[in-house]
Design a protein around this ligand. Structure first.
Ligand code: SF4
Length: 117
C-alpha cells in the first residue's frame, strides 16, 4: 500500500480507504455525498487540499497534469469527469479555449458544450 504511518511520503492510513489490493483513495471519495476528508473550503469558492503533497495516487493521477516544459494537460476522459462534477455543483464547464488547459488532441472528441445561461 502507498500509505505512510507518519504521513511523510504518502497519505496517513487512517485518512484513506482501500481502492484495490494496491491502491488507496482518500476517505470521503468513495462514499456519498462525496466529500474528501482532506478538502477545506466550499466547492465553487476558495478550496484547498490539506494533504496535497502526500495525497493518494488516484488524486495524483486525475485531472490537470503539469508537464516538464511547464505546460498543462488534462486527458479528455478526466475533462469529462471533471465537468460532470462541476455541473453537479452548478459550475460552468472547463473548456479547451481556457489558456490554462492544453488538451491532448483526440480525433473526433467533442468537449461538453457550455450550458446556456
Ligand atoms: S486532491 Fe486532496 S482534496 Fe482532492 S480528493 Fe485528493 S486528497 Fe482530497
Amino acid at each position: 500500500m502507498e500509505c505512510d504511518p507518519e504521513g511523510l511520503t504518502g497519505p496517513l492510513p487512517q485518512r484513506t480507504v482501500p481502492r484495490d489490493h494496491h491502491q488507496v483513495c482518500m476517505k470521503g471519495t468513495k462514499s456519498y455525498p462525496v466529500r474528501c476528508i482532506e478538502l477545506s473550503g466550499e466547492v465553487g469558492g476558495s478550496i484547498s487540499c490539506n494533504a496535497y503533497l502526500v495525497r493518494a495516487s488516484p488524486c495524483r493521477n486525475f485531472g490537470v497534469q503539469m508537464q516538464e516544459d511547464g505546460s498543462w494537460t488534462i486527458s479528455n476522459t478526466d475533462l469529462i469527469y471533471c465537468n460532470e462534477a462541476r455541473a453537479h455543483f452548478s459550475l460552468p464547464p472547463l473548456i479547451p479555449e481556457q489558456p490554462l488547459l492544453v488538451l491532448e488532441p483526440t480525433p473526433g472528441f467533442e468537449p461538453p458544450a457550455p450550458k446556456a445561461a
